[in-house]
Design a protein around this ligand. Structure first.
Ligand SMILES: Nc1nc2c(c(=O)[nH]1)N[C@H]1C(S)=C(S)[C@@H](COP(=O)(O)OP(=O)(O)OC[C@H]3O[C@@H](n4cnc5c(=O)[nH]c(N)nc54)[C@H](O)[C@@H]3O)O[C@H]1N2
Ligand SMILES: Nc1nc2c(c(=O)[nH]1)N[C@H]1C(S)=C(S)[C@@H](COP(=O)(O)OP(=O)(O)OC[C@H]3O[C@@H](n4cnc5c(=O)[nH]c(N)nc54)[C@H](O)[C@@H]3O)O[C@H]1N2
Ligand code: SF4
Ligand SMILES: [Mo]
Length: 666
């Protein structure tokens, strides 16, 4: 008999959708949207629907595996846990706990995925990853400017006169914002898209502004120059609530509008026009994450923030420098769950440079890696180096639902349960402010187990099992402790399926910022030299002409339409392949046409794939979607750099020059 239950999408995504899931004979048979969800309103994307295929896939990992003489063999949980716990005890004793690296990302938005940190803290503190490949530079930038990274509630968009979508691929990555934009457009709001690629969101826009990748900060500087020249700045906001405006003015005086127009490849009159738009308040600026994956990513977001501030679009209905919504995650009590006070020692590598960290660590060297909720072999930049690093480990344990490129390298692979097989609550600190409930709907297949069960079993063997002697319900209670005080209990979320979190819908409306000065800081006081910089990406003809001679094209590696990173490609029919999207200027220069087979390369690596000419893309731009595993042609991260961004916490994935040539198909 088929029964329909409510649930929630666990995927790392802006939208955090509410689901209705059909269960028949102990199996999930259909995933649909929950029409009652206030934000996602019954609409979900193919990635959400395909979670049914993922859960039931024949490729699911069903048993613990151990690599013996280069081949995986099935072993019992007892053996796997005893041996892994034995190694953890041995490395702790012989080299210290930081000889173990915990490599992870955020592939599952469930609150209880954080229990991995509880385990590693109780173990004594391992080598952990800091920063974020995804959004680190922008988060740090907004921390400096505002004191935190907050967005307006989705429903506030209706108050905007103009909406500037700046480097967010909304139609593809944030479908409910796209619907919101469609509705807003009907009410007369003007929509602008600034992006090197004329994407599906650009089609909806009144105006599309094509820009050279990585130069958005300079464009924002140009718009500010024009605002000031025309005396259109918000003098009251600047005088009453900001710090360091004179430093910004001095910086803007160092560049001319003509120079800005030349390097950004945006016409000067268009820059003037955008200044007029920004002065016609309220303007909502909706930033994407792609735009800050450059060497100058932190500066880029700071300059965009500054533009929003100078034009007086902060803290007003319909305004905002909307980048991330960290107040969502801040509603939960991580400390209760993760017990950071138990950590006796620690060491950190940045997420971007985890491979270099592994290869160069001394005192202690990294002996063991444990990978959870991540697939670094496809997702972390500079694949060659990542492979070398993970291969160099004495012991590698990967906990996953599928045999990924990373799991292939492991000594032990442990089969994890999927979201429909455990109870959790799900949220995303990216867009809206609702938390969704996901009940346990079916049993995990084979011997797959929830991650939390694995931590508990290892903890039992290592002598701190008591700290894992709680039910999922009890752990959820710990994470929801302060919400419970505000009336949002697990029981309530269970019954109502979702709950609205108590967050500011119009952040900074009281003009009290979380910076050290309490003001909006054009010059950040939280760091030694907090002045904004007008910096450029590293891999451009302006900053590295020799490299640009050899590798003339800018490679973007944006998020795929139908897969969440590496998670869905293996379910595609027909099989996916490497698609090399090129601007028409590249096609002309290289004599390429659609379906040509090409090699794309730079000093870090190469990738072969099939050409598709983009109808409209900024001259010199190439794109290869991220997320493909080796068996489908390989990850584009073979070409990307593991350099950190300017503020140290972000990646430079899109700051990448390549060359391209036609080759014969093998
Ligand atoms: N379908 C799908 N949706 C997803 C995901 C997925 O894998 N698949 N992943 C989720 C996750 S984890 C994240 S972080 C988000 C990311 O969401 P987005 O920020 O929307 O995604 P990106 O693919 O990083 O890039 C967004 C846009 O930035 C543009 N861009 C690149 N460089 C520049 C630049 O220098 N300037 C400007 N102005 N634009 C630039 C690209 O052309 C692209 O249109 O998406 C989430 N949603
Ligand atoms: N070139 C390039 N690289 C990129 C990006 C880009 O734009 N360009 N985007 C970056 C961004 S924004 C992000 S967020 C990262 C994402 O990087 P990752 O999070 O590493 O990528 P995913 O493919 O989403 O998921 C990783 C693995 O987690 C597993 N998993 C899912 N749920 C669970 C669970 O509950 N438990 C366990 N143990 N495992 C689980 C999945 O099966 C999958 O194999 O990639 C980054 N890499
Ligand atoms: S991947 Fe994003 S848009 Fe798709 S169902 Fe999940 S939360 Fe919704
Ligand atoms: Mo991300």
């Amino acid at each position: 008999m088929a029964t329909v239950y409510h649930s929630a999408c666990p995927l790392n995504c802006w939208d955090s959708c509410g689901f209705l899931v059909t269960v028949e004979d102990g199996k999930v048979t259909k995933v649909e949207g929950n029409p009652d969800h206030p934000i996602t309103q019954g609409k979900i994307c193919g990635r959400g629907r395909m979670l049914e295929n993922r859960a039931n896939s024949e490729d699911r990992l069903l048993y613990p595996l151990k690599k013996i003489d280069g081949k995986f063999e099935r072993i019992s949980w007892e053996q796997a846990l005893d041996e892994i716990a034995g190694k953890l005890a041995y490395y702790k004793e012989s080299f210290g706990t930081t000889s173990v690296l915990h490599s992870h990302d955020y592939a599952n938005g469930g609150l209880l995925t954080n229990l991995d940190s509880r385990f590693f803290n109780l173990y004594g503190g391992v080598t952990e990853l800091t920063g974020s490949i995804c959004w680190g530079s922008g988060i740090e930038a907004q921390n400096w400017d505002f004191g935190d990274a907050y967005s307006h509630a989705p429903e506030d968009l209706k108050n905007s006169k103009h909406v500037v979508i700046w480097g967010r691929n909304v139609a593809r990555t944030n479908m409910h914002l796209f619907q919101n934009l469609q509705a807003t457009k009907k009410n007369g709001t003007k929509i602008y898209v600034i992006d090197p690629i004329y994407n599906a969101t650009a089609k909806l826009a009144h105006e599309y502004i094509s820009i050279k990748p990585g130069f958005d900060g300079l464009l924002a500087a140009g718009i500010m120059k024009e605002l000031l020249r025309m005396d259109l700045q918000d003098g009251n906001f600047l005088a009453g609530h900001t710090l360091g405006f004179e430093d910004l003015e001095a910086l803007l005086d160092t560049v001319s509008l003509d120079y800005i127009s030349e390097v950004t490849e945006v016409p000067a009159d268009l820059i003037t026009h955008l200044a007029e738009v920004y002065a016609d308040k309220p303007v909502s600026t909706i930033m994407g994450l792609g735009m800050q994956r450059y060497e100058n990513g932190g500066s880029t977001i700071r300059l965009l923030d500054a533009l929003v501030a100078v034009s007086g679009n902060i803290g007003i209905p319909g305004g905002g420098a909307n980048y991330a919504n960290k107040q969502v995650g801040q509603s939960f009590d991580y400390q209760n769950m993760t017990m950071p006070e138990q950590k006796k020692t620690s060491r950190t590598f940045t997420m971007m440079r985890q491979a270099e960290g592994i290869l160069s660590a001394v005192d202690p060297v990294i002996k063991m890696g444990i990978v959870t909720c991540g697939n670094p072999l496809t997702q972390v930049p500079d694949t060659k180096r990542v492979r070398e690093a993970f291969e160099s480990l004495e012991t590698l344990v990967v906990i996953d639902q599928f045999m990924t490129d990373t799991a292939e390298l492991a000594d032990y692979v442990l089969p994890a349960a999927t979201a429909f097989e455990v109870e959790d609550v799900y949220y995303s600190s990216m867009y809206h402010h609702y938390v969704n409930h996901g009940p346990k709907l079916v049993e995990p297949p084979g011997e797959a187990k929830p991650d939390a069960w694995i931590w508990g079993e290892l903890a039992n063997r290592l002598g701190f099992g008591d700290e894992f002697g709680f039910t999922r319900e009890e752990f959820l209670g710990m994470g929801l402790a302060s919400l419970t005080e505000k009336g949002i209990t697990l029981d309530k979320i269970r019954v109502e399926k979702f709950a609205e979190l108590p967050v500011d819908k119009i952040p900074w409306a009281d003009r009290r910022f979380k910076t050290p000065s309490g003001k909006y800081e054009f010059t950040a006081t939280a760091v030694a030299d907090g002045r904004i910089k007008l910096s450029l990406p590293t891999e451009t003809k302006w900053t590295n002409p020799e490299l640009a001679d050899k590798y003339p094209y800018s490679l973007l590696t944006i998020h795929p339409l139908r897969s969440n990173h590496s998670q869905h490609f293996h379910l595609f029919q027909p099989e996916p392949y490497v698609k090399v999207e090129i601007a028409s200027s590249v096609a002309v220069e290289k004599g390429l046409k659609d379906q040509d087979y090409v090699r794309v390369w730079n000093d870090r690596g190469e990738l072969k794939g099939t050409v598709s000419i983009l109808k409209m893309a900024h001259p010199g731009t190439v794109n290869i979607d991220e997320g493909l595993s080796a068996r489908f042609g390989g990850s584009v991260n073979q070409l990307t750099s593991s350099r950190e961004s300017d503020n140290g916490l972000g990646s430079t994935l899109y700051d990448c020059l390549v060359n391209i040539e036609k080759v014969e198909k093998e």
